[in-house]
Design a protein around this ligand. Structure first.
Ligand code: ATP
Ligand code: MG
Length: 377
């Protein structure tokens, strides 16, 4: 799929902007703080109905304005449709094909994007929360129902934690009510675990050969979805997993009351990454970390293609500087002609990409965007 047009109204530092894009590579260049990442954020927003860098939608509304609007025209193999997102201080409205969607899950994932930003380096050494977010973001696009499951899980989790905090040490603690909450939590947990572990298995299969190629056959990448407790085995069937969770919650009841929080579940799971069977979080070198993140991103692109039948759009925010020349070339030749790509960079001087001659170059300067001459010839 590809994005043909993008229109912004009072989004971040843009009062008004209309852009048209080509099929291939679009380079957004300009000095710091001019609005390059804001453009990628707007595209990301059309995919997931939220920002990749802020949890507060109203931060995206231009200062001193009441609302923002982002519109995109998407083209897939079979048809073309507009997407529109309106942000106000009271909430957001999402329109697919001009029709307002009552549920955001009916909007999310109509446009598929994979974003690769410098923060992604944290996928290797950062906290488990970062890796869970990575799983959630892709699963949300490919399986919108998953987001409902996750929302529901988080709602029950919050309720359960609040109850533990309020009544753990009181004689009003209601065992029956608490076990209903626990049962509801387990039902959602099992469903989330299923989605995530299947996803990791598929991603692993795709990432392994890519990683071997990227590391000149030196490194073998491995991936595993890790449970929050060694008493949980995610390979078993649904009924069995439910009883494992049940048993685990029963025997940790006293400790949960004591610590007043939910100790086990998908909110504490992790994605284990291994290079040559060694934990990447402990042993990966800088270079190995970069190669691993790149393999994950390329595998995500392929997985999205498998799940959705079309390649997603790739957003590369200032990442070329994170990669050496050889990896830059590998990345760019991998996506060449298959994947519409938006790339931000402070300067195009250092880029030695052979695709450069076909790229559209947009100069971003204080929320104005000028299309430059292509570098042909
Ligand atoms: N809600 C907002 N209203 C107006 N301006 C905003 C808003 N949010 C952010 N900005 C401005 O947008 C600019 C940042 O834009 P952006 O992050 O796209 O920069 P960039 O071109 O990617 O820079 P860099 O090269 O440093 O990454 C900042 O100047 C910031 O003040
Ligand atoms: Mg930026």
């Amino acid at each position: 799929m590809r994005l043909k047009q993008l229109n912004l109204e009072n989004f971040r530092n843009y009062p008004q902007l209309n852009l048209e894009f080509n099929h291939g590579l679009t380079i957004l260049t300009g000095e710091n703080a001019q609005g390059k990442t804001n453009l990628l954020e707007a595209i990301f927003l059309l995919s997931l109905a939220k920002s990749h860098r802020s949890n507060h939608d109203n931060e995206m509304i231009r200062w001193h304005e009441n609302s923002a609007r982002v519109t995109g025209l998407v083209e897939t193999e079979h048809f073309e449709f507009p997407l529109e997102l309106i942000l106000t201080n009271k909430g957001k409205k999402a329109k697919y094909n001009h029709l307002e969607q009552a549920k955001l899950s009916h909007f999310i994932g109509k446009l598929n994007v994979i974003l690769f930003a410098p923060e992604d380096m944290q996928l290797i050494k950062g906290s488990p929360a970062f890796r869970r977010k990575f799983l959630d973001s892709e699963l949300g696009q490919s399986h919108p129902v998953y987001l409902n499951e996750l929302l529901e899980y988080n709602r029950i989790l919050k309720q359960r934690n609040t109850y533990l905090k309020q009544y753990s040490h009181s004689n009003q603690f209601d065992n029956v009510y608490f076990s209903i909450l626990t049962q509801q939590l387990i039902d959602r947990a099992v469903s989330i675990v299923r989605y995530r572990s299947n996803f990791v298995t598929s991603l692993n299969q795709l990432a392994q050969p890519i990683h071997q190629a990227l590391s000149n056959e030196r490194d073998q990448l491995g991936m595993m979805y890790l449970a929050s407790s060694s008493h949980l085995d995610y390979q078993v069937d649904e009924a069995e997993l439910k009883s494992q969770f049940q048993a685990l919650f029963e025997c940790s009841f006293i400790r949960e009351k004591d610590q007043a929080t939910t100790l086990y579940g998908p909110h504490r799971d992790d994605l284990g990454l291994y290079i040559n069977d060694k934990k990447a979080v402990d042993f990966a070198s800088q270079g190995q970390q970069r190669t691993t993140v790149l393999s994950l991103k390329l595998a995500e692109i392929e997985l999205m293609k498998e799940l959705k039948g079309e390649y997603p759009i790739l957003l590369l925010d200032d990442v070329l500087s994170e990669l050496d020349d050889a990896r830059q070339h590998l990345l760019m030749s991998y996506i060449e002609k298959k994947v519409q790509t938006f790339l931000t960079t402070a300067t195009i001087q250092g880029l030695k990409l052979h695709q450069l001659s076909d790229a559209d170059i947009f100069y971003v300067e204080n929320a104005n965007v000028y299309k430059g001459e292509s570098l042909n010839g």
